[in-house]
Design a protein around this ligand. Sequence first.
Ligand SMILES: [Cu+2]
Length: 511
Amino acid sequence: MATYTRKNAWNQNGTFSNSDLLWYAKGVRAMQARALNDQASWWFFAAIHNEYLSGQTTFPGWAYISAPPAVPTSPLPSQSIRDKFWNQCQHQSWYFEPWHRGYLIAIEAQIRAIVIGLGGPNDWSLPYWNYFGPGNQYKIPPAFTQLTLPDGSPNPLFVKARYGPRNNGDIYIPLPPVSQDCQRNTIYTGSNAVTPNPGYGGPSTGFSNAGSVSGNLENNPHNMVHTYIGGSITSTDYGLMSDPGTAALDPIFYLHHCNIDRMWASWNAAGNANPTSTNWLKGPAATGGRKFVMPMPSSRAGWVYTPNDMKSLSQLNYVYDNLSTGITKQLVGSLAQRLTKLGVNLIQTQPQPDENMDMGGNSEMVGANEGALTLKNSGARTAVRFQKEAWAKVPKSLMNASVTKVPDHVYLQLENVKGKMDSNVLAVSVNHKLAGHVSLFGLRKASSNDGHHGGAGLTFILDITNLVDELHLNNALDADSLDVTISPDNDIPNDEEITVGRVSLHRQPQS
Ligand SMILES: [Cu+2]
């Protein structure tokens, strides 16, 4: 059934000798030549993802973006067209994967139609940027950083506001902290021995243009790659990729998402299942939310799709030339490793059942800090105090560890993180050991009062099970608190504030 093959953008060293990239550039140029209110324009497509066209009187308002690209802010399409198509992207949600798959199919169809019209190959397909690939592939393909095409005309793939992880215009993905560990997860929504909360694909939500908790694929690599590509210089000049309301203006956006889509396909190909609940399959429209709908070259009215239509590449007309990520799932292996470390004799090991627990379903809060924290450049430090009785179950479960009594999982939660600048990554440490990194992609939207959650901000769930195991082995769990430090990767400008509502600690029993 497959007619189209999406290939690695680093073929021919990621230069314009790779004809997929050269035709992409020509397609982007043609879409950029169309007006904002043309449903087949570059600008309209970026607004389908998310936009800052009205009510924003400074950057990231689209009128304040420094060219290139020169972003038009008029003529606006009618209100009904905007309500139907714009601000659809699904984030912090189990719809993240299927919504973006349909979005890629739609822009690929637009560009393919242009390529064919210009006499190019009629099977042109969107290339992907696999930053996890060998050699130089962690760097942005060079075709995106040159000022001109081979014929000397301006390169539409070049974007000024793309600053990179060191904010100096050098665009690459730092590995680690960006990783594809999420590919080891075995549950789309929920958790088990190898899948930390809230699961690979994200928490069950309704229509979620800006939400609260990202799934593991969305959190890392997706969100991390966004903020590392975008970066920032000041609070009034940060990279387009750093914020969902400007991200799809940068042509690298679609190659990044193509890789995320490839990872999802790879995860399914490894035998992991998508949700089977009708709420997921039918999408938010089935319960009164908006429809997923895209303009198509063949249909001005738009193509309506559901997660059920997107759930497997076998139903669609494209494939990836390569689905390997170099990560294999090790369900029993990683549990065995944990138990061995805790001194459990594994001789009678039986395979663990693949439990599918809903996020937070059986978890219990076992500690918290005093309350809100403000993050400055120097970061923030807080004591997460144990709630004695509840916490006592954690060390107890560790002491009683056996093959049939798998000890608790422990999560640290940064709740209701709010602010206006998405272009940052926070490093979180517990008792001076790194617990993980989180990207603030989506922070502004999630913090604004007109957001769907009324500005609740982003919440991050860090799996600190191994760290707590380590403390237990070092007899360091008899203190009355954990010491948590949060350090920003990028400077937080003086006029900006990032707040953390609360830092809390949770246990999740495994048996
Ligand atoms: Cu994205």
